[in-house]
Design a protein around this ligand. Structure first.
Ligand code: PEP
Ligand code: MG
Length: 528
């Protein structure tokens, strides 16, 4: 029996899970070869039907974001062009499972090597479809994960996440994956522990594993002592989380009575459905890139999305960020191919390069502004000219709406402080209405350590003195010039980083909704 093995990655959704390892990438499904080609065809047809039915059932309970993905997958499954080659291969005497796998692999390879983002992004959906039909074909429960399992593999398909019953525990441990992925977002909002970036592992790990998604690690084949220590950490985490819940309904204050505003970060208008507005001070960041999913949304779609959030928030502020496409957030049909996307045409740079797309968003924002307390901010600003050009577009669109007699309101305009040039020399921006520190990007650019690369995760720390000093200087500049400064990066919701952020002078944080209670509890422990 080999000894315990500890792998380190990045936490994508905090929590603990102890359970049997379920290998996502195992391919040995048990398929029983049929007597005739006609039987093989019938088996494949039935499996496609089962997979389609399963997707349909998932749509019933999915939010709009997940439903969009699932509907796309159903459309693919129902397309004869996809299944045709597999049926032809069955006619040439192949069993259904091999025929389907080969046909889909060929299709996937075509998507993966495409030079367009849009098609490469669809390869993940095709892999998902391929595996769903293979699972349906295998007709056994071999591929059904046991209750409370820890899913382990390269990456996990969104449908696998959505069809898993997480009520009896379990978690996700990925060799690759990304904390910014769709599944990671779902995991955070549903409280499923998840770690990404674990890297290569020994061949075929099996048995019980301990997933510590608070610190981003997993122990395979644990010893008795490790299991006991793990259970202590796990119950301490559960106790902290339960205790934190008692802070949710109260305004956040430190141990010495300093008030701290805590807002939430959202991405989809439906995110607010599960949040009681009384538990937060508004929306500190609404990311809009996710509205720009498979297609670029029109003005009306955007207007409705923004209006919904503004009406939900009532008098409380809602800060909506113009589209921050590029880098870790490619948008098909909008972002461009480039060698180093984090340093390329992303955020406001791309929006200014494609003003016709930004103008649609601006009109939707100006119109939605009459429905609440809207603020608008621009991402990835590096120089003052970018802010001036973006602000000028708002003025122009406002003039256009006024000329057409369309109701609208000009919101206060602010910027993300996430490019070091702005944090180092904020005086160029003395005329903006507010600053919002994007610690995810600011940290990666200051430390030259990517936000989604586990091998440099130890360098990517907001608590490094260089990052904290910059944050403190931006806060001081804001105080001097009476420009409000908040922070909307993930560090704002991280209990381990909150003391340092408050010591740097911040009194306004915006956090992932799942972190709201923990953040307020952590604030209550700070003595500034
Ligand atoms: C950030 O960079 O900290 C931020 C809030 O923006 P995003 O994570 O969307 O890049
Ligand atoms: Mg950012």
């Amino acid at each position: 029996m080999p000894g315990p093995l500890r792998l380190q990655g990045i936490s994508a959704s905090a929590g603990y899970a102890e359970g049997p390892l379920f290998r996502l990438d195992r391919t040995a499904l048990h398929y029983t070869v049929k007597a005739t080609a006609a039987d093989e065809k019938a088996a494949l047809e039935a499996a496609i039907g089962m997979a389609t039915g399963r997707l349909g059932a998932l749509i019933e309970t999915a939010d709009s974001e997940a439903a969009g993905i699932l509907e796309f997958q159903i459309a693919m499954l129902e397309d004869d062009a996809l299944s045709g080659p597999a049926f032809a291969a069955i006619d040439a005497d192949q069993p259904a499972d091999a025929a389907w796998r080969r046909a889909l692999d060929a299709e996937i390879a075509g998507y993966e090597t495409s030079d367009q983002d849009y098609f490469r992004a669809r390869a993940a959906d095709l892999r998902d479809i391929r595996d769903q039909v293979l699972r349906a074909l295998s007709e056994d429960d071999e591929s059904a994960a046991p209750a409370g399992a820890i899913f382990y593999g390269e990456d996990i398909a969104p449908t696998r996440f959505l069809e898993t019953d997480w009520s009896s525990g379990g978690g996700i441990a990925l060799k690759a994956g990304s904390a910014a992925s769709h599944v990671a977002m779902l995991a955070r909002s549903r409280g499923v522990p998840m770690v990404v970036g674990l890297g290569a592992s020994p061949a075929n790990p099996v048995g019980v594993a301990l997933l510590d998604a608070e610190h981003g690690g997993i122990v395979l084949a644990p010893s008795k002592a490790e299991i006991e220590a793990f259970r202590r950490s796990s119950s301490s985490f559960a106790a902290r989380r339960d205790k934190a819940e008692t802070y949710l309904a109260r305004p956040a204050v430190t141990k010495v009575g300093t008030a701290v505003r805590v807002q939430v970060n959202i991405a989809d208008p439906s995110d607010v459905d599960g949040i009681d507005i009384a538990t937060c001070d508004g929306v500190g960041l609404m990311r809009t890139e996710f509205l720009f999913g498979k297609t670029l949304p029109d003005e009306e779609t955007q207007y409705r999305a923004y209006r919904k959030v503004l009406e939900w928030a009532g008098e409380k502020p809602v800060t909506i960020r113009t589209v921050d496409a590029g880098g870790d957030k490619p948008v098909p049909g909008f972002t461009v191919e480039e060698g180093n996307p984090f340093l390329g045409l992303r955020g406001i740079r791309l929006s200014l390069a494609r003003p016709e797309i930004l103008r649609v968003q601006i009109r939707a924002l100006l119109r939605a502004g009459i429905h609440g307390n809207l603020k608008v901010m621009f991402p990835m600003i590096a120089v003052a000219d970018e802010y001036a050009r973006a602000a000028a577009l708002l003025t122009e669109e406002q003039t256009g709406l006024a000329a057409r007699g369309v109701a609208h309101k000009m919101p206060p305009l602010g910027i993300m402080v996430e490019v070091p040039s702005v944090a180092i020399a904020p005086e160029a921006f003395a005329d903006v209405a507010f600053f919002s520190i994007g610690s995810n990007d600011l940290t990666q650019y200051v430390m030259a350590a990517a936000r989604d690369n586990a091998s440099v995760a130890h360098l990517n720390s907001v608590r490094h003195p260089a990052v904290l000093r910059l944050i403190a200087s931006v806060v001081a500049f804001g105080r001097e010039r009476k420009i409000p400064v908040s922070l909307c990066g993930d560090a704002g919701g991280d209990p381990a980083s909150i003391p340092a952020l408050l010591e740097a002078g911040l009194r306004d944080l915006s956090v992932a909704p799942a972190q709201l209670a923990m953040a307020k509890a952590a604030i209550a422990d700070v003595t500034v």
